[in-house]
Design a protein around this ligand. Sequence first.
Ligand code: ZN
Length: 217
Amino acid sequence: MPEPESAEELEEEPLSPPRSEDADVEVEHEVGAPPVAELDPETRARRDEALRHVRKFGDPVLRASAVEVDSFDEALAAEIERMGELMHDALGVGLAATQLGVLHRVLVYRVLVEDPVTALVNPVLEFSSEELAIVEEGCLSIPGVHVEVERPAQVRVRAHGASGEELQIEAEGLEARVIQHEIDHLNGVLIIDRISREQRKEAMRAMREALQDASPA
Ligand code: ZN
């Protein structure tokens, strides 16, 4: 996994979060989320509320490495439930605990709306295919940015479930991508670390514009 480049190079000063209202078309949906413009007002309001809890680019917690969970207690179950709800409301397909400012190695994802939420605690990538795929990704923590990210097409991950049960998941397609995206978060790695310098400059510009557009005139 590549080391993130220096904060200086990424111009990672704190940015004020976007105000929600109506200017956030195209802003901050996670991989696979539906276009924001098509949302009904109630869904948008719920999404905006959920997004207020998601740490945004520039927050140092997104650069921290999360620590392993060692007790599978009620507090963990509650944390996982909250993550699933926020992910659902934010219309994301995945969410890592670090994105909520919690430095636990916990992620949740749900690739299809009708699927149950999968929670992975202390996930470890056991296998990554040599075959790579390039797919556009967004991130709830990086408003307005969608970049093509190259990743292994298939992975196998070992983890624990919410109650401590052992899980082994073989994934491909969007599921493999989301799992890798969220494990990156647990290691303080963001999608902008996985693209070229040129693409990154472009992405930073897009984010500034998204934040500006979302600010009051
Ligand atoms: Zn993300």
